[in-house]
Design a protein around this ligand. Sequence first.
Ligand code: ZN
Length: 321
Amino acid sequence: MPDTSRDLIFPAPIFHEKIWGGRKLATDFGYEIPDGPIGECWAISAHPNGDCVVSGGAWDGMHLSELWDQHRELFGNVEGDRFPLLVKIIDAKDHLSVQVHPDDAYAAEHENGSLGKRECWYVLAVDPGTKIVIGQRAHDRAELAQMIEEGRWDDMLNLVPCHVGDFFPIEPGTVHAIQGGTLILETQQSSDVTYRVYDYDRVQDDGSTRELHIQQSLDVVDYGMEAPASGEVTAPEVDGVTELMECPNFVVDRVRVSGEKNVEQEWPFLCVSVIEGSGTVSASEAGVTHEIARGTHFLAPAGCGTMAFAGDMTLVTSRLP
Ligand code: ZN
């Protein structure tokens, strides 16, 4: 018997206005977004700063955090006090701040028990010639403090070329900045802790500047990190699947669907984002066919069975390792 409680779960995205945001989440992705510069679409999130509500199906109207707390069977009964992942789309019309994130240990101690933030970027669109900041060149805390003090950003920051389809892992402690003209799918730990190193001296509508966090940044920067030179994906594609990243927090894959493709949902849960194309998907245990297209995101719960995709699509998936 089909069981709709095992069907795929479609969270409604949540949009955040940002000083650097644009309108591409509407013009490129077709989302209905609020007025103003919208920088982030939180597509799959149970974070308190943006807790998605399920749209349709057996769990219609429930927050993702409620599903996590009350129906852990949907997540394979994994342990944990919060849903661990957050999937977003970032529309950077202007530069994001130069920033760094703490690891779990630092965040737990200094940020009220928050998770740290490991993140990764899949480049969806980028203006020609745009680069991206990953890594910094100071060898130790004193040198970095001096570079910041003197505003020697060109000496300090490592720029990497950026192309559609590039993928960049961003470890905690890595100084980074998405540059204007970039549209990115970000998979990250469920955390909202950002330490700003530099914000281009930008002034907000009310005349204020955004807070910087220099001391925390100096604390958490990984001075031994080797910056990447390229985001080109070199991992092999096997049966349409390319592993982009495996780390202690998540595994991220790119999956190409060309015609028909079955994917066994054998993990506690799987986050799926359609980044190109369109088609349909149905989960064998639920027997419901869903139309999906670029910009659709869903959670495949434990026990949903085999996901049968049809169409021509590229997906980015994430799950626990
Ligand atoms: Zn970041």
